[in-house]
Write a protein that binds this ligand. Structure first.
Ligand SMILES: [Zn+2]
Length: 273
């Protein structure tokens, strides 16, 4: 069975070595995992998730009386924070997820990317997506890269035309660097082709599948004093229970089929216990 997320990680390691604008990325701090996504349905091929952003400033929800403008009640103070993700001693700063099998079947045809890769084979669409997700990793601080517009302001979302153009340039720079085809060969096959060759497609997922580490709301304890000048009823804030800490023990392998997936049993030292 092919370990798809491992192949993507190895390719990413080669990319950050060969493509200068990605050279700030330390792949030890990046964890690639798989999510479910059927071929032919709408949805992302891949997503970059930052798990190293500091907690938000404390905040609260409030209700205001329309006539007087005074606060009638407010929620408890809360912050939103990133879960801690570690693999052994290594702190993970970014997670990059790929939807399987959808990502394996991505192709240049019927996409806007086609215009940028006129003489390239269809699988280059996948390489473009991988570079795209790496490019979201901000070189200067924890977070998702924000794209500055020509006038110095930031684009409303984290893309913008220049983002896509930069990605195309990096894909070409990588291919021009004559990488070892063994590193990217797995991209040249679609899901059916990989299954026929390897007997199955698997990837790293979290034990909490389909959920994965995400920012969560935490009620502050003890509660800070009320905001200045606010004296109203305080309502408890009900927040869903979230996992605050993930380690390598939370990682499991899952095999992905066309429209189902199943967790694989661990082999080796775990089985002996
Ligand atoms: Zn993006």
């Amino acid at each position: 069975m092919i370990n798809y997320t491992e192949r993507v990680s190895l390719l990413m390691a080669d990319l950050v070595e060969r493509v200068q604008p990605l050279s700030h990325i330390d792949m030890r701090r990046v964890l690639v995992f798989a999510r479910a996504g059927r071929t032919g349905t709408d949805g992302a091929y891949a997503t970059c998730h930052c798990v190293s952003m500091p907690p938000s400033e404390p905040g609260y929800y409030f209700w205001r009386d329309r006539a007087s403008g005074l606060l009638t009640r407010r929620s408890e103070w809360f912050v939103t924070r990133s879960p801690e993700v570690r693999v052994g001693p290594q702190a993970i700063e970014y997670l990059i997820s790929f939807t399987l099998p959808r990502f394996c079947d991505q192709d240049l045809s019927h996409t806007r990317k086609r215009a940028h890769y006129v003489s390239q084979p269809g699988w280059v669409a996948k390489l473009d997506t991988i570079v795209h997700e790496l490019y979201h990793i901000d070189p200067t601080r924890a977070g998702i890269r924000r794209m500055e517009r020509a006038d110095g302001t930031y684009a409303a979302n984290c893309h913008g035309r220049r983002f896509f153009e930069d990605v195309v340039e990096m894909v070409h720079a990588y291919l021009d660097s004559r990488p070892d085809p063994a590193i990217y060969d797995f991209l040249t096959h679609d899901f059916g082709g990989l299954t026929a060759r390897h007997g199955g497609v698997a990837g790293t997922t979290f034990r909490t599948y389909p959920s994965y580490p995400q920012r969560f709301t935490e009620v502050l304890s003890p509660q800070p004093p009320p905001p200045p000048g606010v004296d109203c009823r305080v309502e408890p804030l009900k927040v869903p229970r979230a996992t605050a800490r993930f380690t390598e023990d939370d990682l499991v392998m899952r095999e992905f089929g066309a429209d189902h997936s199943r967790q694989l049993v661990r082999k080796g030292r775990y089985q002996a216990a």
